[in-house]
Ligand binder design. Structure first.
Ligand code: GLY
Length: 351
């Protein structure tokens, strides 16, 4: 299952035409949401290969990434004569690419699909790597498949309309990739100016950054081992994100991830002697661009409970991915309650 199918576009329409040409589909169905239909679809429709395509649109937002929306899309495909040789093009952020990939990978036992990520977060995470899914019974991505897209197209011009918070949210996953890769990549990430975004520089950074994920996914497409490296920051991060929703102060996914990374680097320091100076560098980046996650010690038990129910755990113990150094990944790590609470203290007071 080779995953080297992601293209950071230089000429979007040419690249799109080529990706569509590689599939040789009998018919094409573009999945959009309310936002991407309005803001991004017109650009796609400049392609001569999309003049006779079908458009399917769903309501925006994670709340719609569910079985009802999937049924609506399957219905549309069936009623509009999609065949096994049809192509789906998923145009959107993580909700659209996850759900579109899921619907495509199950319709008639699987049709080809292309992801076009319109958010930075989606580009560096959901759109690449072949994981598809929908939420079910309150659990995120509870139902899904491993089914790689034929192509993933990333055009940074789509990111120009994102606000600063959404750029920073996506950037957090790029920080994670750099940490699990090399000191060189870590330095490049820290040198990027998030205050005055240079989109050409971002494009260059994305080329190497997305390759980090692709290399890992290629080795372990079904997350049986080293793909767990991509979970760095997410054991704490998911708990912080869930708490933010429970307390009606929702934070963007990448913000939870960057705070989760700080906790997990601190835990890496306690357990594996991860260098303190790199924690200080991350802390500086967070102070500058992400601010603080507000919580107090009365919420530690609830956070621990959330971490205990994380679906990444394989037994009773909470499963962490940690680092002994930049690029020196240790999967399947555990920690005591005291260690975990010390990380919460550091997140609250150390910043
Ligand atoms: N989001 C992490 C992964 O794709 O494995």
């Amino acid at each position: 299952m080779s995953q080297s199918n992601t293209l950071i576009c230089r000429n979007f329409i040419d690249d799109l035409d080529k990706a569509i040409g590689n599939v040789q589909a009998e018919s094409i169905y573009i999945l959009t949401d309310d936002n991407t239909k309005r803001l991004c679809l017109p650009k796609l429709l400049q392609s001569s290969k999309l003049q006779a395509c079908h458009i399917i649109s769903i309501a925006s937002g994670d709340a719609n990434k569910n079985i009802d929306s999937a049924v609506e899309i399957w219905k549309y495909l069936s009623q509009n004569k999609a065949t096994r040789k049809s192509l789906m093009i998923n145009l959107g952020g993580g909700v659209v690419t996850d759900m579109g990939g899921f619907v495509a990978s199950t319709f008639k036992r699987g049709i080809s699909y292309i992801n076009i990520s319109t958010s930075l977060l989606g580009a560096v995470d959901a759109a690449t790597g072949g994981k598809t899914g929908i939420n079910f019974l309150g659990f995120k991505n509870e139902i899904g498949t491993f089914a790689p897209a034929k192509s993933v197209l990333i055009d940074v011009d789509f990111f120009r309309t994102l606000d600063a918070a959404n750029i920073r949210s996506g950037y957090a996953e790029m920080v994670k990739h750099a940490l699990i890769d090399t000191r060189e990549e870590w330095k490049r990430i820290l040198a990027f100016d998030l205050e005055n975004i240079n989109f050409d520089e971002l494009k260059n950074l994305l080329v190497s950054n997305i390759q980090i994920k692709e290399r890992i996914v290629e080795q372990d497409p079904k997350e049986e081992g080293i793909r767990k490296a991509l979970n760095l920051g997410h054991t704490f991060g998911h708990a912080l994100e869930s708490l933010s929703y429970r307390t009606n102060k929702p934070v963007l996914h990448g913000y939870a991830v960057i705070w989760g990374l700080l906790c997990e680097l601190y835990l890496s320091h306690i357990k594996l002697n991860f260098p303190k100076e790199d924690i200080i560098k991350l802390n500086y980046l967070i102070k500058e661009y992400y601010g603080q996650f507000h919580f107090d010690c009365n919420q530690y038990d609830e956070l621990l409970e959330l971490m205990t129910h994380d679906k990444k755990n394989e037994s009773e113990a909470i499963n962490f991915t940690l680092l002994a150094d930049i690029g020196d990944v240790r999967i399947n790590q555990t920690a005591t309650k005291d260690d975990i609470f010390e990380c919460f203290d550091f997140l609250r007071d150390g910043q």
